[in-house]
Design a protein around this ligand. Structure first.
Ligand code: NAD
Ligand code: DAU
Length: 369
């Protein structure tokens, strides 16, 4: 099944060709963005810098390995010498910075890596890019896109207005606090040095290449294996879901048209309670999967102990990016979820090897039986 969405790049290629460094490009959103970028701008130079943590997977980029415009570098965003060398060697003019520790549950178990990568790593990258940009004569078409999250705004009550770019920061988990720190640094580099940074704060993404421990892939994979579908707390927490390729289109638009120093919120306008989302997934699984160990799969839904400090509701007001830059999501939740379930059904060879001993150990910690 392919999505019935036609992308048009006719009016947004104005600053191409780019020589773009994509950090975290072997992760979920980063790898989708790399594929998006190559399909839109096949002649651009793309350098992926990724440390290949548990969440990074080189197989996500396998189809590009022989592309002469593509280079993969295994390395850490905290490694200043490496970044200096790559910026020079590749004459980078754009950074799209995705690399991060991204999972709230892991940040609760061990926050250290979150501060290191998300705060220190982002700082290292910003400072390296600043020195390089200065040495190049401060070209105004250079861009540093800092990809961030709606979680920096904290938690909404049921009747609160959705997050706007002016909502005060109130991060509640070590993950969101570390992302908030990195956002402040990116903002400060524009205000202090005039470096052309742009920040985006996006809601929950879903789609292909999503690591198995996040909600949507976890539910698909557990249903296929006949394992319990663990819903935290009362299942009434609300998230605003966005199909990952809609996010990639938004980031592309921000790179080309976003104003330096600005923040743009990106969201799907798709608020769904977790329990309702899981039930939708079960319905689609029952319909699309040829064989399921337990059917209907909603029998597997199990309420488990809540996540500590679990934010109740996120919702994004994406008016600014829509009115200023003309971006809006194109994929409905039903269409995107069907596409995603279909992908996990046909990509067992992708996810099965990821259910490693490390994954099982993590799983036992988060879901003690
Ligand atoms: P992910 O965990 O799937 O991927 C992160 C990638 O970064 C991995 O490939 C990993 O190997 C790499 N990485 C981690 N530490 C690194 C380091 N020190 N140096 C170099 N590479 C490193 O994450 P994701 O879900 O794709 O999220 C990407 C970005 O988007 C993150 O900054 C996240 O905060 C943000 N974001 C995610 C969502 C979402 O729903 N997933 C929503 C909004 C914003
Ligand atoms: O809002 C954007 C954020 O979305 C990103 O910044 C993060 O990088 C990304 O991981 C995601 O964070 P969440 O914590 O919202 O995603 P997760 O998939 O872990 O959980 C989604 C919701 O589902 C959340 O309310 C917790 C709940 N949940 C999750 C898991 C893994 C469950 O009920 N059961 C589960 O087993």
């Amino acid at each position: 099944m392919t999505l019935a969405v036609q992308y048009s790049y006719d009016n947004i290629g104005i600053r191409s060709p780019h020589r773009i460094m994509i950090t975290g490009g072997a992760g979920f959103i980063g790898s989708n963005f790399v594929h998006h970028w190559f399909s839109a701008y096949p002649n651009d130079r793309v350098v992926v810098l990724d440390a290949l943590t548990y969440a990074g997977n080189r197989k996500n980029l396998a189809s590009l390995e022989n592309n002469p415009n593509f280079r993969f570098v295994e390395g850490n965003i905290c490694d200043r010498a490496l970044i200096d060398r790559l910026l020079q060697e590749e004459q980078i003019n754009t950074i799209a910075h995705f690399a991060a520790e991204s999972h709230v549950d892991r940040s609760i178990l061990g926050p250290d890596a979150f501060v290191q990568t998300n705060v220190v790593g982002t700082f290292t990258l910003l400072e390296a890019f600043r020195q390089y940009w200065l040495a190049q004569g401060q070209p105004d078409h250079y861009r540093f896109l800092h990809v961030s999250t709606d979680e920096v705004y904290g938690s909404l009550g049921p009747h609160d207005h959705a997050f706007t770019e002016k909502t005060p920061y109130a991060p509640n988990s070590p993950y969101s606090a570390s992302k908030a720190g990195s956002d402040h640094l990116a903002r400060a580099y524009y205000h202090t040095y005039g470096m052309p940074t742009v920040i985006t704060n996006c809601s929950n993404n879903y789609g292909p290449y999503h690591y198995p421990e996040k909600l949507i892939p976890l539910m698909c994979i557990n249903a296929l294996l006949g394992k319990p579908l663990p819903v935290y707390g009362d299942g009434q927490n609300v998230r605003d879901w966005l199909y990952v390729l809609d996010h990639c289109r938004a980031l592309d638009t921000v790179i080309h048209h976003g104003r330096p120093g600005e923040t743009y919120n990106i969201g799907g306008n798709n608020e769904v309670k977790n329990i309702d989302l899981v039930k939708i997934l079960c319905r689609i699984m029952d319909e699309l999967a040829v064989h399921l160990p337990i059917k209907p799969s909603n029998q597997l839904i199990t309420f488990v102990k809540d996540r500590p400090g679990h934010d109740r509701r996120y919702a994004i007001d994406a008016t600014k990016i829509k009115t200023e830059l003309g971006w809006a999501p194109l994929v409905t939740v039903e269409e995107g979820l069907r596409q995603t379930v279909g992908w996990y059904l046909t990509h067992r060879h992708w996810w099965e090897p990821l259910l490693s001993e490390e994954y099982q150990a993590y799983y036992r910690q988060v879901y003690p039986s």
